[in-house]
Design a protein around this ligand. Structure first.
Ligand SMILES: O=C(O)CCC(=O)C(=O)O
Ligand SMILES: [Fe+2]
Length: 343
């Protein structure tokens, strides 16, 4: 592909702007080019973000890998539009199986409620496994609209996972870890829970609706593309702050596995999706997400440097067994966490 420095055209510019009056989360913007060249300042910015908000914007306009990801995220956005257009009956034929596997279709209204209002979520997903698109394991069924685009998924997955590894490498440098210590827990070529999630939340009919209830991601690194507001993170004083989509940037956040590996030194921030505000709410809201997860055989325990005989609490429900000395493999952990997703 010829080298290009021109910005990737984005569908963001065709949507109404995010209202200027709402509070933006003041999260850092970090250059992908700087991170790819192991810049100390960019690496330090990643660590600072990982210790405070647990979220940052990754500028993808300034590197080849970044620009490819931007262009593929746009292609996956149009695929998402086509794939959700099928009837509910057609989509439900591929529904995920609660407590067994995360992959497949998830209808709106089936995510476990965590918000005080206990209202059903209003977001649909297609969770498409990395192992299925890269032939690491035999694939489960997906609709044709997805299987036809296997090369696009595979390429996007490789690039997004690679960006996750660039983030891990920065954290290794900044935390005095061995080179590859975090990366080695998230192998792309081994069976894992890594996947692309396409989401759709239909244009707002009810402003009190829950897009996605508050949660933490349970893997290592999440690389997220969205085009309309709605994502919020818990600010440092406890209130919700808006993570506003920024042209040419992905939103990156850490999940619970990184909290476990570093025994609480890094943060997996609580976040949620609410209806897009103002004029934006008149449009269907989509997101394209890549979840880097530890490979299935990785052990969910602190790295030697951070192992002091105790293990910090994440996702309370399973803590009792951990306190009693149980070490989960990532594979077991994912199945248990997936059970919380509802069916
Ligand atoms: O759609 C978004 O902006 C966020 C989605 C999200 O948090 C998730 O799928 O875990
Ligand atoms: Fe999330």
């Amino acid at each position: 592909m010829p080298h290009s420095t021109s910005p990737v055209s984005s569908s963001l510019s065709s949507l109404p702007p995010f209202p200027t009056t709402l509070p933006h989360a003041p999260i850092a913007r970090i250059s992908s080019a700087a991170l790819l060249s192991a810049s100390p300042a960019a690496s330090a910015a990643v660590l600072a973000a990982a210790q405070t908000y647990g979220f940052f914007y990754l500028d993808l306009r300034d590197s080849d890998v970044g620009r490819t990801l931007l262009s593929e995220s746009e292609q996956l956005l149009s695929l998402a539009k086509r794939s959700f257009d099928a009837s509910l009956e057609e989509k439900n034929a591929f529904h995920l199986h609660k407590g067994v596997s995360l992959f497949g279709y998830k209808a709106a209204g089936t995510v476990k409620q965590t918000d005080l209002t206990q209202r059903p979520d209003s977001t649909e997903f297609w969770n498409v496994g990395k192992d299925h698109m890269l032939d690491v394991v035999p694939s489960r069924p997906y609709p044709d609209v997805i299987t036809r685009e296997k090369p696009l998924f595979a390429d996007f997955m490789r690039g997004a996972h690679g960006m996750g590894m660039v983030v891990c490498a920065a954290l290794e440098r900044e935390m005095g870890l061995g080179q590859g210590e975090l990366e080695g827990l998230n192998r792309f070529d081994m069976p894992s829970g890594d996947h692309v999630r396409l989401t759709r939340k239909k244009a707002v009919q009810d402003e009190g609706a829950v897009g996605l209830p508050s949660h933490t991601d349970f893997g290592s690194v999440t690389v997220l593309f969205n085009w309309l507001g709605g994502l919020q993170i818990e600010g440092r004083t406890g209130g919700w702050e808006w993570v506003v989509p920024v042209e040419g940037h992905a939103v990156v956040n850490l999940g619970d596995a990184m909290v476990t590996f570093t025994n609480g030194r890094l943060k997996s921030a609580k976040h949620r999706v609410v209806p897009a505000p103002g004029e934006q709410g008149r449009h269907d809201r989509y997101s394209v997400v890549y979840f880097v997860r530890p490979h299935n055989d990785a052990l969910m325990k602190p790295l030697p440097k951070f192992d002091d005989g105790t293990q910090v609490k994440v996702a309370g429900k399973f803590q009792k067994q951990v306190d009693e000395g149980k070490v989960y493999s990532a594979g077991e952990w994912m199945v248990r966490r997936a059970a919380q997703l509802g069916n």
